[in-house]
Structures are given as structure tokens and as C-alpha cells.
Design a protein around this ligand. Structure first.
Ligand code: ATP
Length: 447
């Protein structure tokens, strides 16, 4: 028990340290902080936006550019309200909510111990709980100047529906044949009852979703393929295999639209939690949109001379959650013998800054040479020039934000044109000629 408590407190400490590093080094800030903040909304700072863009780029590369069977899309956040009736969100996108009559805390009924629910006893203070009631998680607003029922629109709670309603537009305009997929990255909004754990559960977040349209009967085959593909992607961005696992949805967990579902989970400091869902959504979505829109959404399959409503395999990942997993996975404190060095061991492709260029001292033409190198790298990579403080401190500053390489101009550079390359992970140094720096980085930063 004592060991477990110690482990838990160590894990909590890691989260606290990460949250603090994120703020201090410009990764993530609380939204509207000067007004006291707004719950479950976060802003990405200068380094955070780079990391996030790189994660999105790694996803887009793997899902769109490297494949022959997927197209991209960027649909609008606001959609016709009927979309959400057809999708089942108006009726089903609810969480069961209970309130404590004494301490006023609010819980998701499916997230507190069953015993508490049965006895209607608050897990925090022991006070009496209300009966569970359904709470719809969609944010509502009004379109146009009139604020009445007829003008309600929703902020999309998932990006998937934008893909389904454009299924025909995409396959006709791009002359696609089934099987093929549509990929999209974009914001989604959920009025979560119990947000928290930093950016793990937010009310405004970003999803990276891909919907793959297949012939009925081939769906489970594709489901297995996508399950494996998506797992491999997390390994490819550097997540440690021991931190990843599948969780199969049992019959009681399956969403109303799914016939089979797996989550890919990551071991966060607060436990194993979902990063991504892979779902066999059957013909539910297109059938419903056909029914609600009155438009024929069936597909004529040339090969088998048959018309059918395609089945859909969905891969639905959270960008912010992936980013948190990437940070947790990369965070390390290393005892160098002289000090504890904090280092983010990020995959070089994901690192916000790819290299720092440092003159050893601010004289003897070293700044000029370093500046030239910096300028030659700038059109290709996000790089950083730093001439302030001791060289050791400058290296540590880069370690803490995950910069994979530092190029240092020193007195030997003046003699033979070589610079030091310092590796973030090993702290080893080697020398290369300054004219080779760009090619060196290009080789190392590959995805
Ligand atoms: P949960 O059970 O955690 O509420 P979910 O099963 O409702 O999640 P999905 O609807 O499958 O989640 O959403 C797909 C992905 O979108 C999730 O795996 C997650 O990465 C991300 N996601 C969902 N809700 C949030 C949120 N509130 N904040 C951040 N990311 C989210």
C-alpha cells in the first residue's frame, strides 16, 4: 500500500512538473488566464503550436500523403441541425449526471463506484446524490439574429459527420472507387461534465478522424487492418510500446452505431486511458443520413454490379490527447552525476525546434558564422539562435524543450570550418563541416 501511494504521488508529481514546464516554456497556457481562466479550455503557446502542428503533420502524412486510397477534407464546424438528429447525437449524446446535495459536486454516474450509485452516496463527502439524469454534451448556439428554437445550431461534437455528409461530393469529384477513405483534422466541442487532467479532457479540442468506406462483408477485414495501422502510428511517433495497449469494447460499452470497437490506450500518470477509438460503424451513418435528408446515398459497385450503402470503419484520434501522451512519454529527468537534467526525448520530427545554433562566445567572428548557419537552416526548419548564457545552460534550455540537436561554433570552427553537433539524448558531441549542417538535419528529422 505504502509503495502504491508513493507511486501515485510520484505520478502526480510528474503531471505537476509537466504542467509547469508547459507554461514556463511556452507550450500550453490556461485560456483567458488574466481573467482567472475558463475551465477545460487551453491555449497552445509558441512551442505548443509547433508540437501540435507536427503531430497533425505526422498524422496527415501517414493517413493521406503516404496512401493511395485516402482524400483530405476540411468541413465547417456549424452544420445543418438535422445532421445531429440523423447522427443520433440529439437523442443519444448524453452522459448520466448526478449531483451531491451536500457538497454540490457533480459526477458522471458511469465514473463513480457502483456502490455509491446504489446507495446514492457521494464519493467525496458521503452526502446524498440525486437520481441520474441525462445531460446532452452538445454546445448550442443560434444562427442569425433570432434566438429561438427554430434557429438552434450546434458546435460539432465530432468531425466525423462532416465527412459522411460529403461522402458523395468527395467520391464523385475525385472519381474514387470503394474502398477509400476521407481524413479530416478539426475542432470539436463537448460540454463535458467532468473535464480535467490538463488537456486530457477539454471542452474544446481537436480531432484527427478518418472514415474508410468499404463494401459490406469486407468490413471486419478492414477493421483489423486499421486497428493495426493506427497502433503502428503511435510507435512511429515514438510512443514506448509498453505504454500502449488495446482495449476491446464489450457489448455494454459499444456505442449505438458500432458493431465492433477497440480503443488504443496509453498509460498516463493518472492511469490507462483512451487515445483513439477504432470503430466498425456498419452502414448506420449513411443509412441515417439517407433517411433524414431524403437523398440517395447508396453506391453502385462496378465490380460486383450491385448497389449498396457502404460500411464505415472509423479511426478517431484526439490531437490534444496525443500531444499529452507524447509529452508524458518524452519527459525524463536524468542524473548526469553533476545535476538532474530535465529532457524531453521527443521524436525529432515532432520537436518544436529542430536545432539551436550557438556561438561558443560572443567574439572572434563566432556570432557571425553561427548567424550564417542559422540563416541557411531557417527556410527548411524551425531553428533557434541563442548567444546568451553559458554553453551548458544553453544546452539545458534546449534539452528541456526537446530540441534534438545543437550546433556550436567554437575556436576550431575558425580554423577548419567544422562545428560541434551535440545530441540531446546522449549528450555526445561530434564534429561536422558547417557546409554539411543542412543535409545532416534533413537526414535526422525524417518521419
Ligand atoms: P471518452 O470516453 O474519454 O469521453 P469518447 O469515447 O467519447 O471519449 P470518442 O467520441 O471516441 O471519445 O472521441 C474520439 C477521440 O477524441 C478520443 O479518443 C479522444 O482522443 C478525443 N476526445 C474525445 N473527447 C475529448 C475531450 N473532451 N477532450 C480531448 N479529447 C477528446
Amino acid at each position: 500500500m505504502a509503495k502504491k501511494n508513493a507511486e501515485t504521488s510520484q505520478q502526480t508529481q510528474i503531471m505537476d512538473k509537466l504542467v509547469s514546464l508547459c507554461k514556463r516554456r511556452g507550450f500550453i497556457f490556461q485560456s483567458s488566464e488574466i481573467y482567472g481562466g475558463i475551465n477545460a479550455c487551453w491555449d497552445y503557446g509558441p512551442l505548443g503550436v509547433e508540437l501540435k502542428n507536427n503531430i497533425k503533420q505526422a498524422w496527415w502524412r501517414a493517413m493521406v500523403y503516404e496512401r493511395d486510397d485516402i482524400e483530405g477534407l476540411d468541413a465547417s464546424v456549424l452544420m445543418h441541425p438535422k445532421v445531429w438528429e440523423a447522427s443520433g447525437h440529439v437523442e443519444n449524446f448524453t452522459d448520466p449526471l448526478v449531483d451531491c446535495k451536500s457538497c454540490k459536486l457533480r459526477f458522471r454516474a458511469d465514473q463513480i463506484p457502483e456502490e455509491n450509485l446504489k446507495l446514492k452516496k457521494c464519493p467525496e463527502c458521503g452526502g446524498e446524490l440525486t437520481e441520474p439524469r441525462k445531460f446532452n454534451l452538445m454546445f448550442k448556439t443560434f444562427m442569425g439574429p433570432v434566438e429561438d428554437e427554430a434557429h438552434i445550431v450546434y458546435l460539432r461534437p465530432e468531425t466525423a459527420q462532416g465527412i459522411y455528409v460529403n461522402f458523395e461530393n468527395v467520391y464523385v469529384s475525385m472519381r474514387r472507387k470503394i474502398p477509400f477513405g476521407i481524413a479530416q483534422i478539426g475542432k470539436a466541442f463537448r460540454n463535458e461534465i467532468t473535464p480535467g487532467n490538463f488537456i486530457f479532457r477539454m471542452r474544446e479540442f481537436e480531432q484527427m478522424e478518418m472514415q474508410f468506406f468499404v463494401r459490406p462483408g469486407t468490413d471486419m477485414e478492414w477493421f483489423e487492418i486499421w486497428k493495426e495501422e493506427r497502433y503502428k502510428w503511435y510507435l512511429r511517433i515514438g510512443i514506448k510500446p509498453e505504454k500502449l495497449r488495446f482495449h476491446k469494447h464489450g457489448p455494454d460499452e459499444l456505442a449505438h452505431y458500432a458493431s465492433a470497437a477497440y480503443d488504443i490506450q496509453f498509460e498516463f500518470p493518472f492511469g490507462w486511458q483512451e487515445l483513439e477509438g477504432i470503430h466498425n460503424r456498419t452502414d448506420y451513418d449513411l443509412s441515417r443520413h439517407q433517411q433524414y435528408s431524403g437523398k440517395d446515398l447508396s453506391y453502385y459497385d462496378d465490380e460486383i454490379k450491385q448497389k449498396y450503402i457502404p460500411y464505415i470503419i472509423e479511426t478517431s484520434a484526439g490531437c490534444d490527447r496525443t500531444l499529452l501522451a507524447v509529452l508524458v512519454n518524452a519527459y525524463d529527468e536524468e542524473d548526469t552525476g553533476k545535476e538532474i537534467r530535465t529532457v524531453l526525448r521527443l521524436h525529432p520530427f515532432l520537436a518544436p525546434i529542430k536545432a539551436a545554433v550557438l556561438p561558443l562566445v560572443n567574439r572572434e567572428n563566432m556570432p557571425e558564422i553561427a548567424w550564417e548557419i542559422y540563416k541557411s537552416l531557417k527556410p527548411h526548419f524551425k531553428v533557434f539562435y541563442d548567444d546568451s548564457g553559458s554553453i551548458g545552460r544553453r544546452y539545458r534550455r534546449q534539452d528541456e524543450i526537446g530540441t534534438p540537436f545543437c550546433f556550436t561554433v567554437d575556436s576550431q570552427t575558425l580554423q577548419d570550418g567544422t562545428v560541434t553537433v551535440r545530441d540531446r539524448d546522449t549528450m555526445k558531441q561530434e564534429r561536422i563541416h558547417k557546409s554539411e549542417v543542412l543535409d545532416f538535419l534533413k537526414e535526422k528529422i525524417k518521419f
